[in-house]
Design a protein around this ligand. Structure first.
Ligand code: NAD
Length: 206
């Protein structure tokens, strides 16, 4: 497991995304205050993070967008191409299939798995759905390290244990279950209600 603070990584990922947008718009230079505004973090934090990845802008021209984007990508060690699987092709799973594959060309969901025979052997948003019974072999044969879990909570632990046993060591877990897995497995628990509750708290004047 890497030792850098999770919050720093979260911010770098946001900068990278914003820089990607600027590149698409053919913007060649950006100042730290503009990147701060786009990413929603304070300028001093942006400057510190970028110094930490070893990139220094010029006071006159700010940062070169393409160089900075590459520098952050190298720092994050984004490999050339990461193949991900998704388990549970329900409402949320299908929305993720639709959304994710348009986001980062280096990260692709390449297969989906479900237990429902009506969903198996079908293609959702360009991704083929296999029966869950084949997931362990698939992971081994394709050297899959990362999986997204969108099954009902009652199924989550069993699925997670099986895929980890087969070689997965990174899981994005959308279920409400706190997965019990070996320490070397990185788990990102995502829950949109947490974000909503936070917004409600602050809107409420808290
Ligand atoms: P859903 O019922 O529409 O989809 C679940 C899918 O999992 C179905 O296609 C079902 O056939 C499949 N499935 C069930 N058991 C399986 C197994 N053993 N192996 C493989 N596939 C299996 O549910 P949903 O609304 O898409 O929600 C999915 C999960 O995401 C739930 O755990 C839900 O609580 C959670 N959820 C989380 C958030 C969030 O913000 N984190 C938001 C919505 C839903």
């Amino acid at each position: 497991m890497k030792s850098i603070a999770e919050n720093t990584i979260n911010r770098l990922i946001v900068y990278k995304k914003e820089l990607g947008r600027l590149l698409k718009d053919s913007v060649s230079n950006v100042y730290s205050h503009k990147l701060a505004q786009l990413s929603g973090f304070p300028s001093h934090l942006v400057r510190r993070d970028l110094m930490n990845v070893g990139y220094y802008g010029s006071p006159a021209h700010g940062y070169k967008v393409n160089e900075l984007e590459k520098c952050i990508s190298d720092f994050l060690c984004t490999p050339d191409y990461v193949r991900v699987i998704l388990i549970g092709v329900g409402n949320l799973g299908r929305a993720i299939l639709d959304y994710c594959n348009q986001q980062n060309p280096k990260i692709s969901i390449i297969a989906a798995f479900d237990s429902d025979k009506n969903k198996v052997n079908k293609i959702y948003h360009g991704i083929y759905t296999f029966h869950i019974g084949s997931v362990q072999n698939y992971i081994k044969e394709n050297d899959i390290k990362v999986a997204i879990i969108t099954v009902p909570g009652s199924e989550a632990q069993k699925i997670a244990s099986e895929i980890v046993e087969s070689g997965v060591n990174g899981i994005v877990n959308f279920t409400p279950v706190r997965l019990q897995l070996p320490d070397d497995v990185y788990i990102e628990n995502l829950d949109m209600m947490l974000g909503l509750e936070k917004v409600v708290y602050f809107v409420d004047g808290g």
